[in-house]
Structure formats: structure tokens, C-alpha cells
Design a protein. Structure first.
Length: 515
């Protein structure tokens, strides 16, 4: 049955995996591809970037590129698109592998039925699917999370030295994927404390080390060793790592900042988790946690503790992103499945129903709950087969604007690489972020700057300008820039997404005053 779940996930995940390739990679994808290509073509094994740190994506991708003989500077558009497609297949592979591991985790914590239902519900996340189809560390982070938690529960059931080393190494691998998976160490420590206390009762701590304490210490050492082995250049290039981490931990990013710790925590609980799963699944998962607390089941309690620690940790960042909460999606699904099972069994016992009938009703409820997110995933897959508004805008620009036009464009607009246009590209036309050896320097731009520099066209996206217009009090200069642009320049063309189409709303303005 697990194989069937994986097959269903693969069919949906791979259906629209190309998205806008070869014209436009997704945001952050060039960061990982360029480093993997550099390693594969140069033989220099250092990625010279440690932002996530992303080792579990960069190194496997570099190995694949090396086997395929990728050139140092691929310049053919189709060849470049193939590089990105290869990376997306890798990250989708991580997401698919996470499904059977989620099943193993659910079986260890709850039981066979809840494990199957939870594995199915875990894949019904359009947000997780969208991020798995992007070359980032999100799907690898989910896999490392469920793998580390499963191995910790396995260690609790069989406290051997081998299991200590496996759990510790898996957590080290998780930290090499995303730094915030260091929170998995808390689960290992809790398991080790239970082992040292001889809990659960009747399961003596048997290790091949001289004592349980020695096994515990070796397991914790395996965390550090696992990280160092998989991210070998972190400490030799510590200065670079510090700069990269400082950038990732920056306090400002329009659209993802300004909440503070309490605001982040509330946003993750109220918006991000229900948005990454569904409000119903999120509510059922809370019920599942309550049932686990009432029953005092050690496995579910450990998973609950991890969830609390993880949300608390990511909320400490000045920024907030839905993708940061994705490692909790399998746990939400498993606790929701546990809640459904508890409800069905309680009602079944009151009505005198058989176990077979209870099981059938339980899976029927899971099927009904799956309809909404399942339809949304199919809709998303269908929209991914069609080019987004950004590529439609690209085609229009190529067909209608002179190649000599001086164009300024911001992120999430028409990808003009591989054309005869040479646009100036900035994060926002009102504001740009320039990297320096000391960090990121912000630079603002006014409407008059573009007039003075004789730009013909300005191309903007609501994926950028809405971030400023929704918070004009925090970004008065940027809000004023867009207000004047919309008021003073001539709108040449607007591209709005249709119901079955992805992408932002794009606007192309002509500066009349330069002529």
C-alpha cells in the first residue's frame, strides 16, 4: 500500500515538474545549480557557500553533473533547462522517499493503520509539492526530519550502539541540510535521558559500549561527525559560513519580516501550518496531540515535543516563511490520522462495531478529508503544465518591443535570458540589494532616477510591489515609488494569471518623458 501511495505522489509531483523551463528557473534555484556545476566541472569540492548549508542537495547534484560531463559554463538554453530539470527530479526524489519513512515513523509512534493514513495525508500538501519541485533544501529537510525522528524512536525501542550512531548520523545529515534541524538533537537528548533512566520499563538499555552513558556520548558525537563529513568545508571556510549565515538570518526581507517572535509564532500556528496542510488537518492534529498527552504514549509525546521546539526555534528568526514549517507537515498528518483513529474507535466501541468496520470507516473519513487537498494538487499540477504569466510576458516582449529598448525589471517578471534584450534587473525597481564582502547593502531608487537614466520600459510584478504597498508605513519611499509609477507612466501591457495558470500579475510601463 505504501508503494501505491508513492506511485500516486510521483504521478502528481512529476506531471508539472518542468514549470517554466527552460526559460525561467524558480527563485533560489540558480544558487544551488551554479555551485553544483562548479564542483562538477572544476574538481574544487567546496561550494564556497553555506547558507542552508544545503550539502544534501549540492553534493548529490554535483555528482550527477560530474557523471554526465557538464561544462563549466553551459550557455545553450535547452542544456541549462536540462540541468534544472535534473535538480528538480532529485528534490522530488527526496519528497517521495520521505513518504515510506513517514510510514515507518507513524508505525513506530502510533501503529500500522495510523501510519498508512498519515503517509497518505502527508503527501496531500500543495505547498510541499510546489517546494519539492524546486531545487532547494525543503524536501531534503522533510526527509531528514522524519528519518531522524524515526531513528530516535527506533533507538528508544532498541537502545544499541548501532542505533545510537545511526540516529546521531542522521541528525548530523539533517543539520547539513538545514541548520534549524539542529532541533532534532533535542529529541535525541530526550531519548538518551529515557534510556539512562531505564525507560520504558522492561526494556533494559543494552549497548555494545561499556555502559549506556558511553553509547549516549557516542551517539551525540555522531551528530557532529555526520555534519562535518557531509559539510567538510564549513570550518575551513568559517568566515564565509558566518557571512552566509548572517545573510540568511537578516532582519529585513519585504513580505517576510516585521512580526517579531510572538507574531511569528502566532503566524506559524494560525496561518502557515493550516496553509501547508489544511485547517481541518491542523485541527485534527491538535486533537491527536491531546489524545497522546492523555494516553502518555512516549513516542507521540516525543514527536509533540519536537513540534513545539521546532516552531519555537524558527519563530526566533526575524523572518517567517511557510517553507520553514514544511518539516512538520508529516507530523501534522500523523497526529491527524491518530485523532481520526481515536474518534472512530471511541464511537465504534460505544456502538459495538467490529474492528473491521471501524477500520473501513476510518479510511472512508480519510478519503473524504483528502478530496479538498487532492483536487487542489491536481489543479496545481495542471497549471504547472501551462506556462506562467512570466513566460507569456516574455513572449510578448520578444514579439512587440524593439531589442534596443532600455528595460529595467524586477524579480518575478519576464525572463529575458537567451534573448537579444539586456535588461537591468533588480530585486525591486524601488530598491535593490547589492552583496559586498561585508554583507548586503540596500540601495533605493526613485522614479526620477529611471527618467534621468533614459529607460524606455519598467517591468514590475505584484509579487514584489505588493510587499511594499501592503505596508506603506514601513516602506514609505518604496510605496511612493510605485504610486508614482502607476500614476505617471503609461501602462503598455498587463498580464494577469487565469484560473488555471500560475504566476504573478505583471505590468509593463513606458516612460513617456524620455522621448
Amino acid at each position: 500500500m505504501v508503494v501505491g501511495i508513492v506511485a500516486a505522489a510521483a504521478a502528481v509531483y512529476l506531471a508539472g515538474i518542468r514549470k517554466d523551463l527552460p526559460y525561467a528557473p524558480e527563485i533560489d534555484e540558480p544558487l544551488f545549480v551554479s555551485r553544483a556545476v562548479s564542483i562538477a566541472s572544476s574538481g574544487d569540492l567546496s561550494p564556497h557557500w553555506f547558507g542552508h548549508p544545503g550539502s544534501t542537495v549540492i553534493y548529490p547534484l554535483a555528482a550527477i553533473y560530474r557523471l554526465r560531463g557538464v561544462p563549466a559554463r553551459p550557455d545553450d538554453l535547452l542544456a541549462i533547462g536540462d540541468l534544472y530539470l535534473t535538480g528538480r527530479v532529485l528534490t522530488v526524489g527526496f519528497a517521495l522517499l520521505a513518504i515510506p519513512v513517514t510510514y515507518l515513523l507513524g508505525r513506530a509512534a502510533f501503529g500500522e493503520t495510523e501510519a498508512l493514513a498519515g503517509a497518505w495525508l502527508a503527501l496531500l500538501s500543495p505547498v510541499a509539492m510546489d517546494h519539492a519541485q524546486t531545487i532547494r533544501t525543503d524536501s531534503a529537510g522533510v526527509l531528514c526530519t522524519v528519518l531522524g525522528l524515526w531513528l530516535c524512536l527506533r533507538l528508544l525501542a532498541q537502545p544499541t550502539l548501532r542505533n545510537q550512531l545511526l540516529a546521531g548520523s542522521a541528525i548530523g545529515l539533517g543539520i547539513s541540510t538545514r541548520y534549524f534541524l539542529v532541533t532534532l538533537v533535542s529529541v535525541l537528548v530526550l531519548v538518551d535521558l529515557l534510556i539512562l533512566l531505564g525507560l520504558p520499563r522492561g526494556r533494559p538499555a543494552v549497548t555494545r559500549a561499556s555502559s549506556p552513558l558511553a553509547g549516549v556520548l557516542l551517539g551525540l558525537a555522531a551528530v557532529a561527525i555526520g555534519f562535518v563529513v557531509t559539510t567538510p568545508f564549513f570550518f575551513p571556510e568559517l568566515a564565509t559560513a558566518r557571512l552566509d549565515i548572517a545573510h540568511e538570518a537578516r532582519s529585513s526581507h519585504p513580505g517576510a519580516d516585521g512580526f517579531g517572535y510572538a507574531g511569528n509564532l502566532l503566524w506559524y500556528l494560525h496561518t502557515a501550518i493550516p496553509g501547508a496542510t489544511t485547517p481541518l488537518l491542523a485541527l485534527l492534529s491538535v486533537l491527536g496531540v491531546v489524545v497522546s498527552l492523555w494516553r502518555r504514549s512516549i513516542g507521540p509525546l516525543l514527536l509533540s515535543a519536537f513540534g513545539v521546539i521546532f516552531v519555537t526555534a524558527v519563530s526566533l528568526s526575524p523572518l517567517h516563511w511557510v517553507r520553514w514549517i514544511l518539516p512538520l507537515v508529516p507530523l501534522v498528518a500523523l497526529f491527524a490520522a491518530a485523532a481520526i483513529g481515536a474518534l472512530v474507535r471511541t464511537i465504534g466501541s460505544l456502538l459495538g462495531a467490529s474492528r473491521g468496520l471501524e477500520r473501513a470507516v476510518g479510511f472512508g473519513l480519510v478519503a473524504v478529508i483528502s478530496i479538498g487537498p487532492g483536487v487542489e494538487m491536481v489543479r496545481l499540477a495542471r497549471s504547472e503544465v501551462r506556462h506562467s504569466t512570466t513566460v507569456v510576458a516574455r513572449d510578448w516582449v520578444v514579439a512587440n518591443l524593439p531589442t534596443t529598448s532600455k528595460i529595467a525589471q524586477e524579480f518575478y517578471t519576464a525572463p529575458l535570458g537567451g534573448t537579444e534584450f539586456s535588461p537591468v534587473k533588480r530585486f525591486s525597481l524601488a530598491r535593490d540589494r547589492r552583496p559586498t564582502p561585508q554583507g548586503i547593502v540596500e540601495q533605493g531608487f526613485t522614479f526620477e532616477d529611471y527618467e534621468r537614466e533614459h529607460f524606455d520600459y519598467l517591468m514590475v510584478s505584484d509579487a514584489i510591489y505588493d510587499r511594499y504597498l501592503f505596508a506603506p508605513g514601513r516602506y514609505p519611499a518604496e510605496a511612493a515609488f510605485y504610486a508614482k509609477l502607476f500614476r505617471s507612466a503609461k501602462l503598455v501591457k498587463e498580464f494577469k494569471p487565469e484560473p488555471d495558470q500560475r504566476g504573478p500579475t505583471l505590468r509593463i510601463y513606458r516612460l513617456e518623458s524620455v522621448r
